[in-house]
Design a protein around this ligand. Structure first.
Ligand SMILES: C[S@@+](CC[C@H](N)C(=O)[O-])C[C@H]1O[C@@H](n2cnc3c(N)ncnc32)[C@H](O)[C@@H]1O
Length: 278
């Protein structure tokens, strides 16, 4: 299978990323079992797949990333799509899946590749069903991907809603000073500019300056969008993923069209919910 490229860089990950990986792992098994029992074909889609492995920040140990874990799920996925924009990473993913004829590695922008090349392969009427992981570093996802996934009816998504990136770059108290490029990234992720009214309270403070609502309220507004605008039937309350200081780095969302899927994930989220809190 050869060695990794010398230029390949692994990410250092925090405790919250390891929790996310455990959650994904825990859901993939019952997902495949249920689909196979119904003679349906499970497909795995990792849109921001990463290098396949990471380094745990605290221990320095190598940790398996989401695509490697997906390759090991039992019962297995019938087809796996890995997408990444970094070509050293897609080369590594190709190396890690050598000899597996059911793996397709795509190099490029997931916002283009998913709706164009991947989602059309997971057709509901062909008895295919897909579990799609949307795990960007920050506001790098286009709402069109989420909307197209929902329309397809055959797809469920786990989605990283990067609230720390959003707070740092977009939701400033003095919103007039925010870089227009960051506003545009937010609008692209959110799907329109209604995030502005969702994120600031209309009443304003003593001086009439709009005040930012809590992280939880922003996450609730996005949860409603996934249901009411994208059209996913079930969107359980997302799980906040916290750093070692207890601050929320992102919310992990799940969205699906099947009640059973939402109920399994809500149980898994419930189990992990208070881990990482101070
Ligand atoms: C958070 S990491 C993924 C970690 C992985 N899901 C895991 O848990 O093991 C994000 C990855 O997205 C890739 N990336 C960033 N923008 C992208 C884009 N527009 N399309 C595809 N990949 C992208 C980066 O190169 C990086 O490898």
């Amino acid at each position: 299978m050869g060695r990794p490229l010398r230029s390949l860089q692994f990410d250092q990950i925090g405790y919250w990323s390891e929790l996310k990986l455990s959650i994904l792992n825990e859901y993939a098994k019952p997902y495949n079992e249920i689909l196979k029992a119904r003679n349906l074909h499970p497909v795995y889609i990792d849109a921001f797949a990463g290098a396949g492995h990471h380094i745990a920040r605290k221990s320095g140990e190598v940790v398996k990333g989401s695509p490697v874990r997906a390759l090991e799920v039992s019962p297995p996925f019938e087809l796996l799509h890995f997408v990444d924009m970094d070509d050293t990473r897609t080369q590594e993913l190709t190396r890690l899946s050598a000899g597996r004829h059911n793996v397709k590695v795509h190099h490029g922008d997931a916002n283009v590749i998913l709706p164009r090349d991947v989602f059309p392969e997971v057709r509901y009427d062909q008895y295919r069903r897909g579990l799609c992981i949307l795990d960007p570093y920050g506001l790098d996802l286009d709402w069109n991907v989420i909307r197209t996934a929902a329309e397809q009816k055959s797809l469920e998504i786990f989605l990283n809603f990067p609230v720390m990136d959003i707070n740092r770059n977009v939701l400033w108290h003095d919103h007039v000073k925010v870089d227009p490029i960051q506003r545009e990234r937010m609008t692209r992720f959110w799907g329109d500019d209604s995030w502005q009214s969702a994120a600031y309270s209309g009443a304003g403070n003593l001086f009439g300056i709009p005040e930012k609502v809590s992280n939880e309220e922003i996450a609730e507004a996005f949860q409603r969008r996934l249901r009411d605008i994208a059209g996913f039937k079930y969107v359980p309350t997302p799980i906040p993923m916290r750093n070692s200081n207890g601050a929320i780095v992102y919310y992990l969302f799940f969205a699906a069209h099947q009640a059973v899927a939402a109920s399994i994930v809500a149980d898994i989220f419930g189990k992990y919910e208070h881990m990482g809190e101070q």
